[in-house]
Design a binder for this molecule. Sequence first.
Ligand SMILES: Nc1ncnc2c1ncn2[C@@H]1O[C@H](COP(=O)(O)OP(=O)(O)OP(=O)(O)O)[C@@H](O)[C@H]1O
Length: 484
Amino acid sequence: MATDSWARAVDEQEAAADSISTLQIREKEDKAKPEENGTVKADVQGDGQVAKTEEEDKEDKAAQSLLNKLIRNNLVNTNNQVEVLQRDPNSPLYSVKSFEELRLKPQLLQGVYAMGFNRPSKIQENALPMMLAEPPQNLIAQSQSGTGKTAAFVLAMLSRVDPANKWPQALCVSPTYELALQTGKVIEQMGKFYPEVKLIYGIRGNKLDRGMKIQEQIVIGTPGTILDWCLKFKFIDPKKIKVFVLDEADVMIATQGHQDQSIRIQRMLPQNCQMLLFSATFEESVWNFAKRIVPDPNIIKLKREEETLDTIKQYYVSCCSKEEKFQALCNIYGAITIAQAMIFCHTRKTAGWLAGELSREGHQVALLSGEMAVEQRAAVIDRFRDGKEKVLVTTNVCARGIDVEQVSVVINFDLPVDKDGNPDNETYLHRIGRTGRFGKRGLAINMVDSKSSMNILNRIQEHFKKKIEKLDTDDLDEIEKIAN
Ligand SMILES: Nc1ncnc2c1ncn2[C@@H]1O[C@H](COP(=O)(O)OP(=O)(O)OP(=O)(O)O)[C@@H](O)[C@H]1O
């Protein structure tokens, strides 16, 4: 499967993009706004199926990653310890608590401070000294989105290149055109006071004249184009590359074609080229790929913040149909004050229907749906985060990995199940776990509408060994109690 349809879709999308000039990437002035400012449009297209093909799953991964970047404007809080495995366990382990200790070029330090960074993030404390060490060291780093990986490798690339040399010295590959643009923006921001260093986007839409040689010091793009630029068109001399960055390895490996292309690029680089690989997750497949790309690596891992149900009160409501579930929801809303709620549905169709009904009841509802572009989704989430809408109705796929901290109530309008119809405990935890964060108590309400969904609920209960209490939504006094 050298070129799957997703990779082709990316290529086509790239081909359609405007030609992009160095460091003058067009701002997304077309930043799409959601329908009616994120408020609900009840008629949802599609058949409402959530069963995903493998292709769609791959696309989801890239979209999810982009969404996270778009909605994130600061570091993720983490109390977990960084785990460091050094290539040479006898060499001292350096970690820094300030950017000054890194002896950065003054222009770069200025850029870092202008971005509002006061001190290195948890992962940067260890990663930056390794990435900037002489002689250069290879690194594989894994930590969840928003922990400062991009900022770290951008700083390394900007530090390593010599602006006096008019050829590419740093190469960064990203899984999609959009992800490459996001990283490019960080390079532009951080390199703001170092204008001698230039950047070029190695993406399909950027057509260069045959025979030319790229003069920019940093190239960022997708694996297919970068490979062509090195191998076929010889715009880049790979032997002169000093730093090679492979970003979002977990997304990259979802496409066999991208995996192969990345390995082929890596094989053209000189022995002493510094190889850096980043990933948000680290399953076996990512690890196997990482080892092929990065010889003799140092390894840094930062565990995800554990999600827990300990601080969550869980209830279930027994109904017979979706209409009854909606009525139960109205009763709950009538009895307790809910600052902000997220409601999860199994299909787009249900999500659209429910959002429409709630909106008719006078609620300020936002709908996050699969057919929205990533920018639209980011805008909806932003508005919800700002409190402009109080209810966010969504399907699971759209909401994966989103942190909306002020959510006080999570409602499973449909219980999470996997494609075989078994309880999806991980998704349950992930959905619910977000309500009781940062010492706050959360409330989770599950809607059950059949024998089989009751069975799912029981299995979830057993899995977590936590009781899910029954709630009678016809009894207002009882509902009021759950809010205390
Ligand atoms: N040392 C720092 N101090 C303050 N903010 C930082 C620091 N490093 C990064 N940030 C900011 O935190 C956010 C997340 O950082 P970054 O994008 O580098 O993380 P990431 O792990 O690469 O996540 P993603 O893969 O989602 O981009 C960004 O808004 C970035 O500007």
